[in-house]
Design a protein around this ligand. Structure first.
Ligand SMILES: *Cc1c(COP(=O)(O)O)cnc(C)c1O
Ligand SMILES: [Zn+2]
Length: 427
């Protein structure tokens, strides 16, 4: 199938479960499901519109609870065919929601503090959730190559998913990524291309490739398959609520790169309320950025509706998107729910990584340092309420960003003798 950038009304119908159409976020214009991402009327972003009208709440709840221990337990709420669980894919999700009592004590949280630990996914970041959706869309549209522009984690998730599903993969990354992420992306055997530029340059290049015959037959998970890809983040909302006993948390702290994850967590919570799976009561969503790439928090604090692009300079490379596509929608969600968007310095990120590791035995990548650091900052500022149930996302594994904690090492080096052990003050 030819790759298009703008929707037309000549798409074939495909089986993507409850997904009914694509709908423009700005003007509501609807088009049939297809590998398109921009509205033909206003160039606004397209997202999935569903038909959930046939669902009975209790039957749906039973069906979900009887489902597999991965994201496919929520297949009735995702743009995937009903038999998705039987297809070759990485089966991500159902990661642990850790009750973080030690961290809570340290931060003074009394209302219950949880870490949703997405480092437990197959390629050790939350990206496996979104890639799994894009893969199903790629299958449905007849693509044979899976591709993406990536700040690192996505490259690995695409490479691994393509390997499992028997697709070719070719992914594009900024040339200066962390070594751990380069290896994690290359090892799956697909093509990995370093681009001389930052993530925003990589993204621009991919958009050009999509419009070119050289990109024909390619599914770019976060470009022409973006509407499908983005829905994967809803599963974080579903899992958090189900793991809390079908209850909404009061406060959620979410990292922001493009802002897609944060807006889709909100969409997922809204769906659970509408379907009657959780009680309808207020929740607040908080966004977290690194100070060295903080276009959304800067706009939030200034009271702006538009997000001014920045040139990223931070150790939190997985979040280093200077021109975030969903930035304005993040501002909407934070303001509508009564949340906020805040940022922390690289030093605070490192401190937060160590704090989480020391208190809960969870080694987070820099993005987890950003959310934990922002949680601490917002608690100190009285913006987060310590008496409320709070969920903090850790979206990746610290083994991918070892450089961030490079100063950490042995307590002492001793001779293999008891005397030496005692001399070192370790007895
Ligand atoms: C991609 C990514 C995010 C969030 O990405 P969005 O573009 O905002 O959806 C968060 N954490 C990690 C580790 C990531 O790789
Ligand atoms: Zn539109």
């Amino acid at each position: 199938m030819a790759v298009q950038t703008v929707a037309t009304s000549s798409e074939t119908t495909v089986d993507l479960g409850p997904a009914a159409a694509l709908s423009c976020r700005e003007c509501g214009h609807r088009v049939p499901l297809g590998p398109v991402f921009a509205c033909e009327e206003c160039f606004g972003p397209l997202e999935i519109a569903y038909d959930f009208s046939a669902y009975d709440t209790e039957e749906l709840r039973r069906r979900i609870e009887a489902g597999p221990a991965n994201i496919w337990r929520y297949a009735p709420l995702l743009p995937v065919p009903a038999d998705v669980a039987g297809k070759p894919n990485l089966n991500p999700g159902w990661t642990e929601l850790v009750k973080a009592d030690n961290l809570a004590r340290e931060l003074g949280v009394t209302g219950g503090l949880y870490v949703k630990d997405d480092s437990g996914n197959p390629t050790h970041s939350f990206k496996d959730r979104v890639v799994a959706q894009a893969l199903e869309a790629a299958r449905a549209f007849g693509f044979t190559t899976l591709s993406c522009s990536s700040t690192g984690n996505l490259a690995g998730a695409v490479g691994a998913a393509a390997a499992r599903a028997g697709f070719r993969s070719c992914v594009f990354i900024p040339h200066d990524l962390e070594q751990g992420k380069v290896v994690m992306a290359a090892v799956y055997g697909g093509e990995l291309v370093g681009i001389e530029g930052n993530y925003d340059d990589v993204n621009r290049f991919c958009s050009e490739l999509i419009g070119d015959p050289a990109g024909e037959g390619w599914g770019f998970v976060n470009v022409n398959l973006r509407p499908y890809y983005a829905e994967g983040s809803k599963t974080l909302a579903y899992e958090i609520c189900e793991q809390l006993g079908w209850r909404l948390p009061d406060q959620i702290v979410v990292p922001i790169a493009s802002g897609s994850q944060l807006t889709k967590i909100d969409k997922g919570l809204q769906e659970l309320i509408r379907l009657g799976l959780v009680e309808d009561r207020p929740y607040k969503i908080f966004g977290a950025q690194a100070e060295g790439c903080s276009p959304v928090s800067t706009a939030f604090k200034a009271g702006h509706d538009v997000v001014r692009p920045q040139k990223p300079d931070t150790i939190a490379k997985s979040l280093a998107i200077g021109n975030p596509a969903d930035g304005p929608y993040v501002l909407d969600v934070a303001r509508r729910t009564g949340g906020a968007v805040e940022d922390v310095t690289d030093e605070q990120i490192v401190d937060a990584i160590k704090l989480l590791a020391r208190t809960e035995g969870i080694f987070a990548e820099t993005a987890g340092g950003v959310t934990v650091g922002v949680t601490r900052k917002l608690l100190e500022a009285g913006v987060l309420d310590p008496a409320k149930t709070t969920v903090v996302l850790n979206t990746g594994d610290g083994l991918k960003t070892l450089d961030a904690v490079a100063g950490t090492g042995v307590t002492a080096t001793i001779r293999p003798t008891l005397d030496s052990f005692r001399e070192a003050g370790l007895a």
